[in-house]
Design a protein around this ligand. Sequence first.
Ligand code: SF4
Length: 562
Amino acid sequence: MDKEQGITVAKSAGFCPGVKGAIDKVLELEASGKKPIYTLGPLIHNKQVTDMLAAKQISSVDKPDQAQDKSGVLVIRAHGITPAFRAEVMQSGMEVVDATCPLVKHAHDVISKYAKEGYYTVIVGDGGHAEVIGLLGCTEGKGVVISGPQEAEKLPHFDKVNVVSQTTQKESVFLATAEIIKNKADICQISNTICHPTKLRQSETMQMAKNADLVIVVGGKHSANTARLALLCSELAPRVLHIETEAELTPDQVLNAQNIFITAGASTPNWVINQVAEWVRQTRKKRGRSLSGILQRFWTKFVSHSVYTAFAAAALTYVCMKLEGLHFQYKPILFSFFFVFSLTTVNRAMEDKTRPAGKLPAIFGYTAAGLGLLVAALMGVKTLVLCALIIGLGLLYPFRHILKSKLLSLPGTKDFLTAIGWGYACAFLPAFSNDLLLRRSSYLAFFYAVLLVFMRSVTLGFTSANKDLMIGKESFYKAFGIGKTKLAVMGMLAALTAVLAVLLTITWRPALVAMLLIGNLYTIFVVIYYYSHSASRGIKEETLIDAQFFVLWILAWLSRFI
Ligand code: SF4
C-alpha cells in the first residue's frame, strides 16, 4: 500500500486481469494493423478509456450486422456472451476474437454443467448487466436472476438448484442469499463464482475503509463493480465520494480528512487513479509547502520524464569506458544521455496506450535526438552516420507494425533491442569513435552492458505488468511468463557474476573487476526483491532499478584509488 500524508492507495485498485487482458488483446490487434475493430458492447465502463479507444477508431456495436465494414474484427469483451449469441457471432462471417475473461468462462462452465444435469439456476447479480445476461444464457432456459436475500425469500421450492454469483458480487450478499435458497431446496449446489481479484479487492476495502474518515472510490458512474465498491465503503466509512476524475473533488473535501483511502473499480485505469492520488497529495501539501514536498515533486518529474534513466545510461557509459581502458571523454557520455533520453521518452509516450498521448514528451524526445546527433557530429562523420542510423531505427520502433515484419514482434524483442541500443551507446560507440573496435575489452564491455540492460528491461516489464501499461509479447515477461522470466534473469545474473569472477582470477583489470563484482551484489538485491514482490512500476521501483548503474559508476570511479 502506498501510504503518504494519511493517504492510502489500495494495492488492488485498477484493472482486474480480465479487463486488462481484453484491453491488451484489442490494442495488440490495433498495433498489428487490423482494422476496423468492433467490440460487442463497450469494452469497459470507463469514459476515459472508451474515449481513448474511440480515438483509435475502435468502436462498439451491439450486433455483428451493425458493423459497417464486414472485413473488420469483432471482439467479444471480458464480460462474455450467451451461447446463442456466440453462435450468431460465429456465423457472421467476420473474424472473431474472444476476450472473455477466463474466470467468467469458468462461471459459464459451472452453470452449463449443472443445467445439463437438470438443476435450476439462481444467479445472484444485477439483472441487466452484460455478464449476467451471458450467465443466464447458459442455464438452458431454466434460470432466474435475483439481487439478494429479499428476492430469495420470494422464490418457490426447488428439487435441484444451483446458486451462482455474478463474478463481482459482494460475498456476504451471495452467502446470505444462498443460505435462504438452501432451505428451500431438496438438493442445493452453492457455486461461489465471485472471482479471486474481486474477493481481494473487497477484503482490502473492508480492512482499510473502516480506518478511514474519507474514502474516494474512483471509477465510471455506470460501472456496476465500482458502484458496488462505493456501496460497500459507505457501510464502513463516514464519508465516501464516488468520482470519475479528480475534477470532481474540492480542496475542502480532502483537507478536512485525517485518513483518506483511495480505491477504484476493476475498470479504472491506473493513470486515472494516480492522477486522483496526486491531486489529493498536492492539495494537502499546498497547505504547508514543505521542502520534502518540493523535493518529492521534483524527483517524481525527474524519474517519470526519463531524465534519471538518461543519467543512468551516462553512468553505464563511464563504466564501459573504464572496462575498455579508455580515458574519460565527455562526448560519448553526453551522446548516451541524449540517445537514451530521446528513445525512452518517445517510446514511453507511444507505449502507454491507455493514457492520452501528450505532445510535449515527444517534442522533448525528438529535440534530444537532435542534440545527440550534434554530439555525434563532433566525434566525426563516420560516427554521425552510424548514430543517425541507430537513432532513426530506435525512433521508428513504435511504428514497426507498418512493416508487418514478424521478426520485430518475436517474443522478447523489445527488451533485446533496448539492451542492444544501450550496448551500442554505452560500450560500442566509445570504442568505435576511438578506433578501438576490435579489442577484446570492447566486446567484453558491450556484452556486459547488454546483459545488465536486458535484465533491467525485463525487470521493468515485470513491474509494468502489475500496472496498466499495455505491454505486448515483444516484452520478455509477457511472452514467457513469470517462471521462465525468473529463470532467465537468474541465469544471466549467474553468467555475469561468473564472467567477472573469471576475469578476477586471471587478474584482468583486477581493481575495476573487483569493484564491479561488489556492484553485482546490488543487482542481485534488485532482482531478488522485484521477483519476490509483486510491486507495480512506480517512481520508487524505477529509482531502485536504475540506481544499479550509479552504484557501478561510483565503484568504477573508486577503483582508480586501489
Ligand atoms: S472482475 Fe473478475 S471475472 Fe470479471 S473480468 Fe475482472 S477478473 Fe474477470
